[in-house]
Design a binder for this molecule. Structure first.
Ligand SMILES: C[S@@+](CC[C@H](N)C(=O)[O-])C[C@H]1O[C@@H](n2cnc3c(N)ncnc32)[C@H](O)[C@@H]1O
Length: 238
């Protein structure tokens, strides 16, 4: 595929447009792209088991997806993984076209199989949340679940989600709570990220520009009286 705008060519393999070369990734992005090469085999099962004590996977995903405000429009999932949000997302009559991007080729290959088997139409892209390969103001809703705590450059990723969202649309971001993320970082051995910087596992609400509207953070994924995740949502001004 040739882009006349930047005058570069991009590979399309098995229907997935490649906007990065995984060998050139750095920091935690490099580690996660490699990690998902094997973890993608168990990711879908892991999700089911993880959400079981919190009322099940469907409930855990719906509490986030129900916050999108789509009206039949085009939605982007940043870090779509193996596509585990798609069953909940596509059952909603307010969803139009669905686009998904991920940094892991292995995750996207699984997602593509999942989608093809069900006859769904979802456009998939290999790329980085920090540099989204989409035109400004392309989507009526943008969401992300489950990866941002360990992105190399969170602020850049949030700014990109805002850039590609249309004015007036909702942006919804969810991940594990700070406490759980700290635990995962410790056991996974990635408390330090790019260039030795300590990983900040706080809810990234401080990275959302003040110009955004209806900024709100809620605790989600409750178990034993404690929230194990957060959902950050806001609206891009008209
Ligand atoms: C826990 S999985 C979540 C997948 C899916 N969103 C879900 O809710 O099931 C995290 C995903 O983030 C992706 N990821 C990690 N860093 C990324 C980055 N910088 N840009 C895009 N995707 C990234 C991983 O490849 C992985 O598929």
């Amino acid at each position: 595929m040739f882009c006349p705008h930047c005058e570069r060519s991009f590979l399309i393999r098995n229907g997935i447009a490649h906007f990065i070369d995984p060998r050139k990734l750095e920091g935690l992005n490099r580690r996660f792209a490699r990690f998902y090469e094997w973890f993608s085999h168990v990711d879908a099962i892991f999700g089911k088991v993880f959400f079981l004590p919190m009322g099940g996977e469907r409930k855990a995903r719906k509490v986030i997806l129900d916050r999108l405000d789509l009206n039949g429009g085009r939605v982007l999932e940043v870090s779509i993984g193996s596509g585990d949000n798609l069953p909940c997302l596509l059952e909603s009559p307010t969803v139009g076209e669905v686009y998904g991007l991920d940094i892991s080729a292995a995750q996207l290959a699984r997602c593509r199989n999942f989608v093809t088997k069900r006859g769904w139409s979802v456009d998939l892209f290999l790329g980085m949340a920090e540099v989204l390969p989409f035109k400004t103001e392309s989507f009526d809703g943008v969401f992300h679940i489950g990866g941002i705590n360990f992105f190399s450059e969170k602020k850049k990723a949030i700014d990109e989600m805002i850039r590609v969202a249309r004015p007036g649309s909702k942006i919804v971001i969810a991940d594990e709570s700070e406490r759980l993320a700290k635990f995962i970082a410790r056991i996974g051995g990635f408390s330090r990220s790019y260039q030795g910087r300590k990983v900040d596992t706080s809810v990234p609400v401080h990275l959302v520009p003040d110009t955004m509207e209806e900024i709100r953070v809620d605790g989600i994924w409750k178990m034993h009286g404690r929230y194990h995740g957060y959902c950050l949502e806001f609206r891009k001004p008209e």
